[in-house]
Design a protein around this ligand. Sequence first.
Ligand SMILES: *Cc1c(COP(=O)(O)O)cnc(C)c1O
Length: 358
Amino acid sequence: MQNESKKSRGGGVISRYRSYLPVSETTPIVTLGEGSTPLVFAPRLSERIDCRVLVKCEGLNPTGSFKDRGMTVAVSKAVESGAQALICASTGNTSASAAAYAACAGIRCAVVLPAGKIASGKLVQAIAHGARIVSINGNFDDALRIVRELGGRDEFAIVNSINPDRIAGQKTAAFEIVDELGDAPDIHILPLGNAGNLTAYTAGYSEYKQLGKSRRLPRMIGIQAEHAAPIFHHRVIEKPETIASAIRIGNPASWEAAQRAINDSSGAVEIVTDHEILEAQSWLAQTEGIFVEPASAAPIAGLLKLAREKRRDLMPMDATVVCTCTGHGLKDPEIVSAKLAAPVAPNIEAVREEITRS
Ligand SMILES: *Cc1c(COP(=O)(O)O)cnc(C)c1O
Protein backbone atom coordinates (compact mmCIF):
# COMPACT_ATOMS: atom_id res chain seq x y z
CA MET A 1 0.00 0.00 0.00
CA GLN A 2 2.71 2.41 1.00
CA ASN A 3 4.58 1.70 -2.20
CA GLU A 4 1.44 2.17 -4.24
CA SER A 5 0.56 5.55 -2.72
CA LYS A 6 4.14 6.67 -3.23
CA LYS A 7 4.05 5.75 -6.89
CA SER A 8 0.75 7.49 -7.55
CA ARG A 9 1.40 10.63 -5.53
CA GLY A 10 -1.69 12.77 -5.93
CA GLY A 11 -3.04 10.73 -8.86
CA GLY A 12 -2.30 12.74 -11.98
CA VAL A 13 -2.81 12.14 -15.68
CA ILE A 14 -0.31 9.29 -16.00
CA SER A 15 -2.04 7.20 -13.37
CA ARG A 16 -5.43 7.99 -14.95
CA TYR A 17 -4.47 7.41 -18.61
CA ARG A 18 -1.30 5.32 -18.39
CA SER A 19 -2.10 2.98 -21.30
CA TYR A 20 -2.44 5.95 -23.70
CA LEU A 21 0.88 7.50 -22.75
CA PRO A 22 4.49 6.73 -23.68
CA VAL A 23 5.44 5.36 -20.24
CA SER A 24 6.35 1.87 -19.09
CA GLU A 25 6.28 0.00 -15.78
CA THR A 26 9.81 1.20 -15.08
CA THR A 27 9.30 4.90 -15.89
CA PRO A 28 9.71 6.93 -12.67
CA ILE A 29 6.52 8.98 -12.49
CA VAL A 30 6.97 12.64 -11.62
CA THR A 31 3.55 14.09 -10.78
CA LEU A 32 1.98 16.90 -8.79
CA GLY A 33 -1.56 15.55 -9.21
CA GLU A 34 -2.32 17.41 -12.46
CA GLY A 35 -5.43 16.92 -14.60
CA SER A 36 -9.05 16.00 -13.72
CA THR A 37 -9.88 19.70 -13.93
CA PRO A 38 -13.49 20.95 -13.76
CA LEU A 39 -15.62 21.12 -16.91
CA VAL A 40 -18.05 23.83 -15.90
CA PHE A 41 -21.33 24.74 -17.61
CA ALA A 42 -21.41 28.47 -18.33
CA PRO A 43 -25.09 29.51 -18.37
CA ARG A 44 -24.68 33.21 -19.24
CA LEU A 45 -22.13 32.58 -21.93
CA SER A 46 -24.39 29.85 -23.34
CA GLU A 47 -27.26 32.30 -23.44
CA ARG A 48 -25.22 34.98 -25.17
CA ILE A 49 -24.10 32.73 -28.00
CA ASP A 50 -27.12 30.37 -28.22
CA CYS A 51 -25.01 27.28 -27.68
CA ARG A 52 -24.33 24.98 -24.74
CA VAL A 53 -20.92 26.17 -23.53
CA LEU A 54 -18.72 24.32 -21.07
CA VAL A 55 -15.46 25.73 -19.79
CA LYS A 56 -12.52 23.39 -19.14
CA CYS A 57 -10.81 25.15 -16.24
CA GLU A 58 -7.15 24.34 -16.82
CA GLY A 59 -6.08 27.09 -14.43
CA LEU A 60 -6.87 24.60 -11.65
CA ASN A 61 -3.85 22.46 -12.44
CA PRO A 62 -1.06 22.40 -9.79
CA THR A 63 0.92 25.33 -11.23
CA GLY A 64 -2.14 27.08 -12.66
CA SER A 65 -2.06 26.13 -16.34
CA PHE A 66 -2.54 23.18 -18.70
CA LYS A 67 1.24 22.95 -19.17
CA ASP A 68 1.34 20.57 -16.17
CA ARG A 69 -0.37 17.79 -18.17
CA GLY A 70 2.49 17.69 -20.64
CA MET A 71 5.15 18.40 -18.05
CA THR A 72 4.42 15.29 -15.95
CA VAL A 73 5.04 13.09 -19.02
CA ALA A 74 8.01 15.06 -20.36
CA VAL A 75 9.78 15.20 -16.99
CA SER A 76 9.07 11.55 -16.16
CA LYS A 77 10.58 10.54 -19.52
CA ALA A 78 13.53 12.90 -19.06
CA VAL A 79 14.32 11.40 -15.65
CA GLU A 80 13.96 7.90 -17.09
CA SER A 81 16.54 8.71 -19.75
CA GLY A 82 18.96 10.04 -17.12
CA ALA A 83 18.64 13.79 -17.73
CA GLN A 84 20.15 15.90 -14.94
CA ALA A 85 18.53 19.17 -16.01
CA LEU A 86 15.56 20.56 -17.91
CA ILE A 87 15.62 23.55 -20.20
CA CYS A 88 12.82 25.53 -21.80
CA ALA A 89 11.98 28.79 -23.49
CA SER A 90 8.82 30.28 -22.12
CA THR A 91 6.22 33.00 -22.28
CA GLY A 92 5.78 32.16 -18.57
CA ASN A 93 3.66 29.12 -17.86
CA THR A 94 6.03 26.53 -19.29
CA SER A 95 8.79 27.85 -17.02
CA ALA A 96 6.50 27.85 -13.97
CA SER A 97 5.52 24.25 -14.68
CA ALA A 98 9.01 23.02 -15.60
CA ALA A 99 10.47 24.61 -12.46
CA ALA A 100 7.91 22.88 -10.22
CA TYR A 101 8.25 19.44 -11.83
CA ALA A 102 12.06 19.71 -11.80
CA ALA A 103 11.91 20.47 -8.08
CA CYS A 104 9.62 17.48 -7.59
CA ALA A 105 12.03 15.26 -9.56
CA GLY A 106 15.10 16.62 -7.76
CA ILE A 107 16.82 17.85 -10.93
CA ARG A 108 17.86 21.30 -12.15
CA CYS A 109 15.88 23.57 -14.43
CA ALA A 110 17.01 26.41 -16.66
CA VAL A 111 14.53 28.76 -18.30
CA VAL A 112 15.18 31.27 -21.06
CA LEU A 113 12.71 34.15 -21.04
CA PRO A 114 12.08 37.29 -23.07
CA ALA A 115 13.15 40.09 -20.67
CA GLY A 116 10.29 42.16 -19.27
CA LYS A 117 7.61 40.12 -21.07
CA ILE A 118 6.64 37.58 -18.41
CA ALA A 119 3.53 38.03 -16.26
CA SER A 120 4.58 38.50 -12.63
CA GLY A 121 2.74 35.48 -11.21
CA LYS A 122 4.53 33.14 -13.61
CA LEU A 123 7.95 34.65 -12.99
CA VAL A 124 7.47 34.38 -9.24
CA GLN A 125 6.70 30.67 -9.60
CA ALA A 126 9.91 29.96 -11.53
CA ILE A 127 11.92 31.84 -8.88
CA ALA A 128 10.13 30.14 -5.98
CA HIS A 129 10.81 26.67 -7.38
CA GLY A 130 14.51 27.46 -7.78
CA ALA A 131 14.92 27.54 -11.56
CA ARG A 132 17.96 29.20 -13.10
CA ILE A 133 16.41 32.09 -14.98
CA VAL A 134 18.09 33.69 -17.98
CA SER A 135 16.38 36.74 -19.45
CA ILE A 136 17.28 37.67 -23.01
CA ASN A 137 16.82 40.90 -24.91
CA GLY A 138 14.62 39.23 -27.47
CA ASN A 139 11.18 37.67 -27.86
CA PHE A 140 9.87 34.17 -27.24
CA ASP A 141 10.76 33.00 -30.73
CA ASP A 142 14.41 34.00 -30.11
CA ALA A 143 14.36 32.15 -26.78
CA LEU A 144 13.04 28.96 -28.38
CA ARG A 145 15.66 29.10 -31.13
CA ILE A 146 18.44 29.28 -28.50
CA VAL A 147 16.92 26.47 -26.42
CA ARG A 148 16.64 24.20 -29.47
CA GLU A 149 20.38 24.63 -30.08
CA LEU A 150 21.44 24.20 -26.44
CA GLY A 151 19.20 21.18 -25.91
CA GLY A 152 20.59 19.45 -28.97
CA ARG A 153 24.13 20.01 -27.75
CA ASP A 154 24.30 19.70 -23.97
CA GLU A 155 22.87 17.41 -21.30
CA PHE A 156 19.60 19.36 -21.05
CA ALA A 157 16.22 17.80 -21.77
CA ILE A 158 14.04 20.27 -23.68
CA VAL A 159 10.53 20.47 -22.22
CA ASN A 160 8.94 22.87 -24.68
CA SER A 161 6.01 21.58 -26.72
CA ILE A 162 8.43 20.56 -29.50
CA ASN A 163 9.00 17.63 -27.13
CA PRO A 164 6.38 15.03 -28.24
CA ASP A 165 5.95 13.83 -24.63
CA ARG A 166 4.43 17.23 -23.82
CA ILE A 167 1.81 16.82 -26.53
CA ALA A 168 1.12 13.24 -25.41
CA GLY A 169 0.41 14.41 -21.88
CA GLN A 170 -1.74 17.34 -23.01
CA LYS A 171 -4.07 15.12 -25.06
CA THR A 172 -5.46 13.78 -21.76
CA ALA A 173 -7.62 16.91 -21.51
CA ALA A 174 -9.57 15.69 -24.56
CA PHE A 175 -9.94 12.25 -22.95
CA GLU A 176 -11.36 13.81 -19.79
CA ILE A 177 -13.90 15.82 -21.78
CA VAL A 178 -15.15 12.76 -23.72
CA ASP A 179 -15.20 10.64 -20.56
CA GLU A 180 -17.35 13.26 -18.88
CA LEU A 181 -19.72 14.14 -21.75
CA GLY A 182 -20.02 10.63 -23.19
CA ASP A 183 -18.95 11.98 -26.60
CA ALA A 184 -16.77 14.72 -28.04
CA PRO A 185 -18.32 18.22 -28.20
CA ASP A 186 -19.41 19.65 -31.56
CA ILE A 187 -16.91 22.47 -31.27
CA HIS A 188 -13.70 22.93 -29.33
CA ILE A 189 -12.27 26.42 -29.04
CA LEU A 190 -8.98 27.46 -27.45
CA PRO A 191 -6.20 30.05 -27.66
CA LEU A 192 -3.39 29.49 -30.18
CA GLY A 193 0.19 30.33 -29.28
CA ASN A 194 2.73 27.74 -30.36
CA ALA A 195 -0.33 25.66 -31.33
CA GLY A 196 0.87 22.63 -29.39
CA ASN A 197 -2.29 22.43 -27.33
CA LEU A 198 -4.66 22.46 -30.31
CA THR A 199 -2.52 19.69 -31.81
CA ALA A 200 -2.69 17.74 -28.55
CA TYR A 201 -6.49 18.01 -28.26
CA THR A 202 -6.84 16.86 -31.86
CA ALA A 203 -4.63 13.84 -31.15
CA GLY A 204 -6.68 12.99 -28.06
CA TYR A 205 -10.05 13.30 -29.80
CA SER A 206 -8.83 11.25 -32.80
CA GLU A 207 -7.42 8.50 -30.61
CA TYR A 208 -10.64 8.18 -28.63
CA LYS A 209 -12.75 8.12 -31.80
CA GLN A 210 -10.60 5.37 -33.31
CA LEU A 211 -11.15 3.34 -30.14
CA GLY A 212 -14.91 3.85 -30.41
CA LYS A 213 -15.07 5.94 -27.23
CA SER A 214 -16.65 8.85 -29.11
CA ARG A 215 -18.70 9.20 -32.28
CA ARG A 216 -17.57 12.58 -33.58
CA LEU A 217 -14.52 14.77 -33.95
CA PRO A 218 -15.05 18.35 -32.86
CA ARG A 219 -14.59 21.34 -35.12
CA MET A 220 -11.35 22.89 -33.85
CA ILE A 221 -11.32 26.70 -33.58
CA GLY A 222 -8.12 28.49 -32.60
CA ILE A 223 -8.06 32.11 -31.44
CA GLN A 224 -5.08 34.42 -31.90
CA ALA A 225 -4.55 38.01 -30.82
CA GLU A 226 -4.83 40.54 -33.63
CA HIS A 227 -1.15 41.53 -33.65
CA ALA A 228 0.21 38.06 -32.88
CA ALA A 229 -1.66 36.08 -35.51
CA PRO A 230 0.78 34.23 -37.78
CA ILE A 231 -1.55 31.31 -38.50
CA PHE A 232 -4.46 33.61 -39.31
CA HIS A 233 -2.33 35.70 -41.68
CA HIS A 234 -0.33 32.75 -43.07
CA ARG A 235 2.97 34.48 -42.36
CA VAL A 236 5.60 34.80 -39.62
CA ILE A 237 5.09 37.88 -37.45
CA GLU A 238 8.51 39.33 -36.58
CA LYS A 239 7.38 41.41 -33.60
CA PRO A 240 4.18 39.92 -32.19
CA GLU A 241 2.36 42.19 -29.73
CA THR A 242 -0.54 41.49 -27.39
CA ILE A 243 -1.47 41.92 -23.76
CA ALA A 244 -2.05 38.14 -23.70
CA SER A 245 1.60 37.24 -23.15
CA ALA A 246 1.03 33.46 -23.29
CA ILE A 247 0.07 33.73 -26.96
CA ARG A 248 2.55 36.45 -27.93
CA ILE A 249 4.19 34.20 -30.54
CA GLY A 250 5.09 35.03 -34.12
CA ASN A 251 6.35 31.70 -35.44
CA PRO A 252 4.45 28.77 -33.85
CA ALA A 253 6.37 25.53 -33.34
CA SER A 254 3.36 23.32 -34.18
CA TRP A 255 2.13 25.50 -37.06
CA GLU A 256 1.72 22.76 -39.70
CA ALA A 257 0.13 20.18 -37.44
CA ALA A 258 -2.34 22.74 -36.13
CA GLN A 259 -3.21 24.01 -39.60
CA ARG A 260 -3.89 20.43 -40.73
CA ALA A 261 -6.04 19.75 -37.65
CA ILE A 262 -8.06 22.90 -38.31
CA ASN A 263 -8.55 22.08 -42.01
CA ASP A 264 -9.43 18.42 -41.37
CA SER A 265 -12.08 19.38 -38.82
CA SER A 266 -13.65 22.17 -40.94
CA GLY A 267 -12.44 24.48 -38.21
CA ALA A 268 -11.11 28.01 -38.27
CA VAL A 269 -8.61 30.48 -36.92
CA GLU A 270 -10.04 33.80 -35.78
CA ILE A 271 -8.50 36.93 -34.32
CA VAL A 272 -9.56 39.19 -31.46
CA THR A 273 -8.25 42.56 -30.28
CA ASP A 274 -6.59 43.17 -26.91
CA HIS A 275 -9.60 45.26 -25.97
CA GLU A 276 -11.94 42.35 -26.72
CA ILE A 277 -9.69 40.03 -24.68
CA LEU A 278 -9.78 42.29 -21.61
CA GLU A 279 -13.54 42.80 -21.92
CA ALA A 280 -14.07 39.04 -22.14
CA GLN A 281 -11.76 38.43 -19.16
CA SER A 282 -13.65 40.86 -16.97
CA TRP A 283 -17.09 39.72 -18.22
CA LEU A 284 -16.30 36.03 -17.53
CA ALA A 285 -15.02 36.83 -14.04
CA GLN A 286 -18.01 39.03 -13.20
CA THR A 287 -20.83 36.98 -14.69
CA GLU A 288 -19.65 33.35 -14.52
CA GLY A 289 -17.26 33.63 -11.56
CA ILE A 290 -14.36 32.23 -13.57
CA PHE A 291 -11.15 34.27 -13.43
CA VAL A 292 -8.69 33.45 -16.21
CA GLU A 293 -5.53 35.04 -17.55
CA PRO A 294 -5.79 37.16 -20.73
CA ALA A 295 -4.68 34.40 -23.15
CA SER A 296 -7.47 32.21 -21.77
CA ALA A 297 -10.00 34.97 -22.28
CA ALA A 298 -9.12 35.09 -25.99
CA PRO A 299 -11.36 32.12 -26.91
CA ILE A 300 -14.19 33.66 -24.85
CA ALA A 301 -13.73 36.87 -26.83
CA GLY A 302 -13.67 34.73 -29.96
CA LEU A 303 -16.99 33.08 -29.10
CA LEU A 304 -18.62 36.45 -28.45
CA LYS A 305 -17.26 37.79 -31.74
CA LEU A 306 -18.50 34.79 -33.74
CA ALA A 307 -21.92 35.21 -32.15
CA ARG A 308 -21.94 38.94 -32.89
CA GLU A 309 -21.06 38.25 -36.53
CA LYS A 310 -23.74 35.53 -36.66
CA ARG A 311 -21.27 32.94 -37.89
CA ARG A 312 -23.77 30.09 -37.78
CA ASP A 313 -21.67 28.28 -40.40
CA LEU A 314 -19.04 27.75 -37.71
CA MET A 315 -21.24 27.78 -34.63
CA PRO A 316 -24.74 26.35 -35.24
CA MET A 317 -27.53 27.04 -32.73
CA ASP A 318 -27.49 24.75 -29.68
CA ALA A 319 -24.13 23.18 -30.53
CA THR A 320 -22.15 21.82 -27.59
CA VAL A 321 -19.04 23.96 -27.30
CA VAL A 322 -16.08 23.29 -25.03
CA CYS A 323 -13.78 26.24 -24.40
CA THR A 324 -10.39 25.62 -22.82
CA CYS A 325 -9.46 28.33 -20.35
CA THR A 326 -5.76 27.57 -20.29
CA GLY A 327 -4.43 29.48 -17.28
CA HIS A 328 -5.53 31.07 -13.98
CA GLY A 329 -6.29 34.77 -13.65
CA LEU A 330 -3.87 35.16 -10.73
CA LYS A 331 -0.98 34.56 -13.13
CA ASP A 332 -1.19 38.12 -14.36
CA PRO A 333 -2.49 40.29 -11.49
CA GLU A 334 -1.24 43.72 -12.64
CA ILE A 335 -3.70 43.82 -15.52
CA VAL A 336 -6.61 43.76 -13.09
CA SER A 337 -5.19 45.46 -9.98
CA ALA A 338 -4.77 48.69 -11.95
CA LYS A 339 -8.55 49.07 -11.62
CA LEU A 340 -8.37 49.52 -7.82
CA ALA A 341 -9.65 52.93 -6.67
CA ALA A 342 -7.56 55.25 -4.46
CA PRO A 343 -7.99 54.96 -0.64
CA VAL A 344 -10.57 57.14 1.14
CA ALA A 345 -10.66 58.73 4.62
CA PRO A 346 -11.14 56.26 7.54
CA ASN A 347 -14.74 57.22 8.40
CA ILE A 348 -18.22 55.83 7.75
CA GLU A 349 -19.33 58.64 5.47
CA ALA A 350 -16.37 58.33 3.13
CA VAL A 351 -16.64 54.53 2.98
CA ARG A 352 -20.43 54.66 2.40
CA GLU A 353 -19.99 57.22 -0.34
CA GLU A 354 -17.37 55.05 -2.01
CA ILE A 355 -19.57 51.92 -1.81
CA THR A 356 -22.62 53.62 -3.30
CA ARG A 357 -20.71 55.62 -5.93
CA SER A 358 -21.95 54.64 -9.37
C1 LIG B 1 1.02 28.05 -23.34
C2 LIG B 1 -0.25 28.76 -23.21
C3 LIG B 1 -1.09 28.99 -24.31
C4 LIG B 1 -0.73 28.64 -25.70
O1 LIG B 1 -0.72 27.26 -25.93
P1 LIG B 1 0.02 26.68 -27.21
O2 LIG B 1 0.06 25.23 -27.00
O3 LIG B 1 1.37 27.32 -27.23
O4 LIG B 1 -0.79 27.09 -28.40
C5 LIG B 1 -2.31 29.61 -24.08
N1 LIG B 1 -2.67 29.99 -22.85
C6 LIG B 1 -1.90 29.79 -21.77
C7 LIG B 1 -2.37 30.25 -20.45
C8 LIG B 1 -0.66 29.16 -21.92
O5 LIG B 1 0.11 28.98 -20.84
